[in-house]
Design a protein around this ligand. Structure first.
Ligand code: HEC
Ligand code: HEC
Length: 328
């Protein structure tokens, strides 16, 4: 079996752990939203297929979002990727066209290999996948450098998911990096204490992380509004989100984030993070200060109410708003 095949299986098995991981948290909406997993046999078969270097399960295939047609060109599927890569054919308004499989010559396929390569870190201590566990998601831990610290440690930074990272406009909790290249270079050199990465290494990692998308969502549409068959709690929660909760003023629909940074009293200015897939990214905030999504939602409403001198939520409203946010 080729090394690539073996690695694919290891990644696939890692993926199997995701529901278990998510089940610890209040993730019923997230679990319900996850599409059916392929059987182990199917995954092994696809891992063994020659030239299919991308082990992504269905939910990580590039999802055609409404914004896709207006997106800036991001990655190239040819080896001649330059600084201004051409758009991936799969993102250009082609809802019916399945994504092309990545070939070994594709920078994204090279990026996947690098993503699992511990030699990017000093002493081979960690790869990107150590922290961005389960196909670029998060291992739900808070770090200083490569050391796990207690959630809520003021110097700690909670591992964000890389799903949907290609749609973000600033990177790092403090929004310190303006491009994915800068962000990833900083992580390799400063956090992982690895050797200065080559231009090709950075380009390949960027190409790979841009292929990571959010799981399909059966409760909420791409514009952020609930689907007709969403639960009543999710529908009520949406009204609070855009209404009295004030959430939509910072976590702006449809991306649920904002370019600018805000000081909401958590110890400095931080970017407004997206809320997509947030049900499975606990603990919350830059330092992981709250373990439950409901507590994070409660803290945020209190921040907004204080700022606007507006009312606090009832317990039932908190449940509804958490149901909506947890379904994103
Ligand atoms: C020790 C755990 C760890 C490792 C290893 C790691 N990351 Fe991260 N990653 C984090 C944390 C924590 C943050 C938030 C950093 C911050 O806010 O300063 C982050 C942030 C990011 C971001 C910015 C995401 C956003 O939305 O702001 C990208 C992109 C990223 N990592 C990619 C990578 C890549 C690629 C690698 C491998 C070269 C990697 N990471 C290795 C923990 C890790
Ligand atoms: C004034 C702007 C602002 C408003 C209003 C706001 N947020 Fe936030 N939100 C932020 C910022 C900034 C952060 C990140 C702070 C940090 O990491 O310390 C954040 C973080 C969060 C997080 C944690 C995300 C994660 O990945 O850890 C959740 C959940 C959240 N907000 C939900 C909400 C909800 C629900 C509302 C409405 C009740 C709301 N926010 C209103 C700015 C805002």
């Amino acid at each position: 079996m080729s090394f690539t095949g073996l690695r694919s299986i290891v990644l696939c098995l890692g993926l199997l752990a995701l529901p278990a991981l998510a089940a610890d948290k209040s993730t019923a909406p997230y679990l319900a939203a996850a599409p059916e997993k392929p059987t182990l046999l199917q995954m092994l078969a696809s891992a063994l297929k020659p030239k299919s270097a991308h082990p992504a399960a269905p939910e990580h295939r590039p999802r055609i979002r409404q914004a896709a047609a207006t997106r800036k060109p991001k990655a190239s599927s040819t080896p001649a990727a330059t600084e201004e890569p051409a758009a991936l054919p799969t993102t250009v308004g082609a809802a019916a066209t399945p994504p092309a499989p990545l070939s070994e010559a594709d920078p994204a396929a090279k990026g996947l290999a690098l993503f699992n390569d511990v030699s990017l870190s000093d002493g081979g201590k960690a790869s990107c996948a150590t922290c961005h566990f389960s196909t670029g998601h998060t291992n739900n831990k808070t770090y200083v450098g490569l050391d796990v610290v207690a959630d809520g440690d003021p110097n700690g930074r909670n591992t964000p998911t890389l799903w949907g990272v290609g749609e973000r406009s600033v990177f790092g909790w403090a929004g310190q990096a303006a491009t994915l290249e800068d962000s990833i270079r900083g992580i390799i050199v400063n956090r992982m204490k690895g050797p200065e990465p080559s231009k090709e290494t950075l380009a390949a990692l960027v190409a790979y992380v841009r292929t990571l998308n959010y799981p399909a969502n059966w409760q909420v549409k791409d514009d952020g509004t609930p689907r007709d068959d969403a639960s009543a709690a999710v529908k009520r929660g949406y009204e609070l989100y855009v209404g009295d909760g004030g959430c939509g003023t910072c976590h702006v629909l449809p991306s649920f984030d904002k370019k600018s940074r805000d000081d909401i009293g958590t110890g400095g200015k931080f970017k407004v993070p997206t809320l997509h897939a947030v049900a499975s990214t606990a603990p919350y905030f830059h330092d992981g200060r709250t373990a439950s999504l409901r507590d994070a939602v409660k803290l945020m409403w209190e921040v907004y109410a204080k700022k606007m001198d507006s009312r606090l939520p009832t317990e039932a409203e908190l449940d509804d708003l958490t149901a909506y946010v947890g379904a994103l």
